[in-house]
Design a protein around this ligand. Structure first.
Ligand SMILES: NC(=O)c1ccc[n+]([C@@H]2O[C@H](COP(=O)([O-])OP(=O)(O)OC[C@H]3O[C@@H](n4cnc5c(N)ncnc54)[C@H](O)[C@@H]3O)[C@@H](O)[C@H]2O)c1
Length: 154
């Protein structure tokens, strides 16, 4: 665990699976109350179940993050249920990629240069740090959490 996020309220969009779920779980582990927003309400509810089973506090909301009215309504519901939102992780997105097993050997070797696959927890640890007081003076930085896949900007 990095820093305590006690008394903080976090919204994590797209937290019904993948990286968002990893971030939501990590912020809850660091004691934030977490609103899990996702188009996929079943996935969001599963994330909340994981968090409550480990003793954390979370709510699930079915939200289409491309719909401003839905976002406003969800923000209001979150404030009513958990309090003022102080952390927003805008993670929801669609990430089309070719199936992993379709990667040829050459592409595999350049895609996974450090010989391991990234895990949601890798991103979650960086987010928990950025949300903490320790990072309160940081602005405008790009933090690469990709195992070295990209070493520069493009
Ligand atoms: N996995 C990667 O390698 C990778 C690489 C670059 C960027 N990203 C980005 O990271 C984020 C998470 O990726 P992931 O791999 O965990 O993907 P994922 O598909 O597992 O999770 C994305 C989640 O976002 C939700 N979502 C999609 N559209 C939504 C909407 N309009 N409103 C609310 N929820 C919505 C989905 O239901 C899903 O639960 C995405 O924004 C993705 O584009 C991922």
């Amino acid at each position: 665990m990095t820093r305590s996020l006690e008394d903080r309220v976090a919204v994590v969009t797209g937290a019904g699976s993948g990286i968002g779920r990893g971030i939501a779980r990590r912020l809850a582990e660091d004691k934030a109350a977490v609103a899990v927003w996702d188009l996929n309400l079943d996935g969001a509810a599963e994330t909340v179940k994981m968090i409550t089973e480990m003793g954390g506090k979370a709510i699930a909301l079915g939200v289409d993050c491309s719909d401003k009215a839905a976002i406003r309504a969800a923000a209001e519901q979150t404030r009513s249920a958990l309090g003022t939102i102080t952390i927003l992780v805008n993670n929801a997105g669609i990430s089309p990629a070719m199936p992993f097993l379709d990667l040829g050997d050459d592409l595999f070797d350049t895609t996974i240069p450090v010989k391991r696959l990234g895990q949601p927890e890798d991103i979650a640890a960086a987010v928990a740090f950025l949300a903490s007081e320790e990072a309160s003076y940081m602005t405008g930085q790009t933090i690469s959490t990709n195992g070295g896949r990209y070493m520069g900007s493009a």
